[in-house]
Design a protein around this ligand. Structure first.
Ligand SMILES: Nc1ncnc2c1ncn2[C@@H]1O[C@H](COP(=O)(O)OP(=O)(O)O)[C@@H](O)[C@H]1O
Ligand SMILES: [Mg+2]
Length: 524
């Protein structure tokens, strides 16, 4: 009897001390080998970092680590975080809940992002990174800090985390897609590599693709139910997912394909000196957009239209152009020989609120613009290739000294907006990919221009139709004016504004005219 009890105690000690055995025997889950290696590193090392492809089971592994730490240490505390609180709730804590509910040993009922196991001193909690003080006050405890989607986490938090790490037994684990080639997560794989246990998981090394190279995938019959759909572990990154995203994200070489490198190969995008827009800014914009769905508040709008040919898209972006935080309201994209009907139907509901519809008027765009104008839209034909107007009074800031043409100027504004975390509603992956692939060049006078489409095509980068439509919509800041109705105008003796050749009816819209006004501070 005593022997049995002793053996049982020893067995459970072994089970609870090893996260891999714990996962198998207590939680009843099956792990693939990288997940097992990561869990053992989390047990042994005080700093573990995992950069990996999308869908390799990172978040799931972290969920196991949370439950294990809590069970293993009677006074164990787990602090978990992600770039947004919504991600904390809907990703890591959703996995924790799922795993806990199926465990062979019952866990107490979970709150949305909190689990108490043996009382007040033994808990796991999901924290927002906005308040660094959340991470303080755990000195001398056995603490596991878990950061999922780590590259997107505000850098200010890491000082507080390092503070916690200074005392007691504290283990830190960071996981994510390596989207940003700077910051804490990047340092773990570079400058601070010697103090971290580092893992990289390429989708091609994950269970559904093990042993395959991209050429093998490309040769597979893409028919539904064919070899692309034969995935031994269907919940992890699938062959079809990789196949489809190769088409979207691979642009001929690694430096031209930052999203492919990051989300599929688990590698930091190569630092491109001349990338105009950093992937990290775009990722931040997408995180914000996911967390806060854009509300259409009925403000005036602008649209940008990039007209496609036979094998490119016609894209329309409808945006609210306010100076401090422009918003994306809607995106329409179509393929086909004549996409005018689609664009008109798409724009129709916004008709009364559109101050201007900017159409790229070079080539096929001209006729398209005329058609929209016939349909009553306030079309402004834009020639992005023309030089920018000189403003000598601005001296060094004269846009004509900075930019070769309007296109460069417009894209620079998009870059500024993104760098300042000001754009709302950017969630479209294709737009993000296209923006991240833009490169700039300097001419002999030091003025900036965007790499030509021909050169980009040579690098394997397709025509950035979605980026262009967004650039047309938001590249020009809204005028320092507001719109007043004609009715109001009659009581004010103001001269009619003068429109340039490019916008004959442009800014007048229907029944509206311009009135000067001072704009508040801010803007780009
Ligand atoms: N070992 C496993 N057993 C069961 N489901 C798993 C396992 N690993 C991952 N999953 C599931 O696979 C999906 C992708 O895993 P996830 O951890 O979200 O990947 P990542 O964070 O790398 O994108 C999730 O639905 C998750 O629940
Ligand atoms: Mg994840």
């Amino acid at each position: 009897m005593l022997e049995d009890a002793k053996r049982q105690a020893e067995d459970s000690r072994i089970l609870f001390h090893d996260p891999v055995l714990f996962a198998k025997h207590i939680l009843g889950v099956k792990l693939w080998d990288r997940q097992r290696q990561i869990l053992r590193a989390i047990r042994k090392d005080n700093r573990t970092a995992v950069k990996a492809s999308h869908g390799t089971g990172k978040t799931f592994t972290l969920a196991i680590a949370v439950l294990w730490w809590l069970t293993r240490y009677e006074n164990g505390i787990v602090l978990t975080t992600s770039p947004t609180f919504r991600q904390v709730k809907t990703q890591l804590w959703a996995e924790i809940r799922r795993v806990a509910s199926r465990s062979r040993c019952a866990f107490p009922k979970l709150k949305t992002t909190a689990l108490k196991l043996r009382g007040e001193e033994n808990f796991a909690i999901g924290l927002s990174t906005h308040q660094a003080e959340n991470f303080q006050g755990y000195h001398g405890k056995q603490v596991l800090i878990v950061a999922d989607e780590a590259p997107g986490i505000q850098e200010e938090i890491w000082d507080a985390v390092e503070g916690v790490m200074a005392g007691g037994k504290v283990h830190l684990v960071l996981a994510g897609n390596p989207t940003c080639a700077s910051g804490k997560f990047f340092d773990a794989f570079n400058r601070e590599r010697s103090v971290w246990q580092c893992f990289t998981i390429d989708a091609f090394a994950s269970p559904n693709l093990a042993g395959l190279a991209i050429d093998d995938l490309l040769q597979m019959d893409p028919a539904e139910g064919g070899p692309l759909d034969k995935n031994p572990v269907p919940f992890l990154a699938t062959r079809r997912w990789v196949y489809d995203h190769y088409g979207m994200w691979w642009h001929g070489d690694e430096t031209s394909s930052p999203i492919w490198m990051s989300r599929v190969r688990g590698e930091f995008p190569t630092l491109m000196e001349n990338a105009l827009i950093k992937l990290a800014w775009l990722e931040r914009a997408k995180n914000r957009a996911r967390q806060q769905i854009v509300q259409d508040t009925g403000e005036r709008l602008v649209a940008g239209v990039d007209v496609g040919g036979v094998d490119s898209e016609t894209v329309v972006y409808v945006c609210e152009p306010n100076r401090t935080s422009p918003k994306i309201i809607n995106l329409g994209a179509w393929r086909g020989e004549d996409t005018r009907g689609h664009a008109v139907a798409f724009l129709r509901p916004y008709h009364k609120r559109l101050a201007v519809v900017r159409v790229d008027a070079d080539g096929v765009g001209h006729n398209f613009g005329l058609h929209l104008r016939d349909e009553g839209f306030p079309v402004q034909m834009v020639h992005v290739g023309v030089p920018v107007e000189e403003q000598p009074n601005l001296k060094m800031e004269d846009p004509a000294r900075r930019f070769v043409n309007r296109k460069a100027q417009y894209y620079q504004r998009i870059a500024d907006i993104l760098e300042h975390d000001a754009l709302e509603g950017l969630i479209d992956d294709l737009t993000i990919d296209q923006l991240s692939s833009l490169r700039y060049e300097l001419d002999s006078r030091g003025r900036m221009k965007i790499e030509s489409k021909e050169k980009a095509r040579e690098r394997g980068v397709p025509s950035p139709d979605r980026a262009e439509a967004l650039m047309l919509a938001l590249g020009e800041p809204p005028p320092l004016m507001e719109w007043t109705s004609i009715g109001q105008l009659q009581t004010q003796s103001r001269p009619h504004p003068v429109f340039d050749e490019d916008s004959p009816r442009g800014y007048s819209g229907l029944g509206t005219l311009l009135k000067s006004r001072k704009w508040g501070p801010g803007g780009f």
